[in-house]
Design a protein around this ligand. Structure first.
Ligand code: FMN
Length: 168
């Protein structure tokens, strides 16, 4: 898909078909993440690949009961790993790195014919427990991944003049 078309095609999807995502596709999503720019190229993010019914249900419960998450066959949990960053204010940089990683994962998912929704409503410690995250890996985004089972209405956006501020 052409990139601008991909941006238009991307939507948050919250219903998924009962169909697994192949390991080959998961690999391509992760390779897309790997291309992400990062502050100082320290790559201060980590990705946990979550699969299996019990783990997906635990993840749904850890995200303030976003029950639909458990419908998806798998999820990516994108975490910061601030210790990788050698700059002062490590968390500041790591949050940006992890956000870019999650964004690229989101776009790659759509490019590959899959669907996701960025979920940020959770207590990081709870999600970390579900994925058995290593010390210092702090979840910032949960991306359930699967084949869409809905075509949600397109969400509204502000007009350019509302958020673009030109400084001359
Ligand atoms: C940082 C962030 C956090 C979000 N958290 C949630 C969430 O916890 N639950 C949810 O259902 N959607 C969540 N979303 C998805 C937004 O609701 C969605 O992107 C927005 O409504 C625009 O819709 P669209 O993605 O279909 O264009 C989140 C999106 C972002 C970027």
């Amino acid at each position: 898909m052409e990139f601008m078309e991909l941006l238009q095609a991307r939507q948050s999807v919250r219903r998924y078909r009962n169909e697994p995502v192949s390991e080959a596709l998961v690999g391509r999503i992760l390779e897309a993440v790997r291309t992400a720019p990062s502050a100082g190229n320290f790559q201060a993010y980590e990705i946990y690949v979550v699969e299996g019914k019990a783990r997906m249900e635990a993840l749904a419960e850890a995200t303030f009961s976003h029950e639909w998450i458990a419908q998806a066959p798998m999820a990516l949990v994108v975490c910061t790993n601030a210790a990788r960053c050698e700059y002062d204010g490590k968390e500041h940089w790591a949050l940006q790195d992890a956000s870019i990683a999650a964004t690229l994962a989101h776009l790659a998912v759509v490019e590959l014919g899959l669907a996701t929704c960025w979920v940020g409503a959770f207590l990081p410690a709870k999600v970390a427990e579900v994925v058995e995250a290593a010390e210092g890996h702090v979840p910032v985004a949960v991306l359930p991944v699967g084949y869409a089972d809905e075509a949600p209405p397109r969400s509204e956006r502000r007009k350019l003049e509302e958020f673009v501020h030109r400084c001359k």
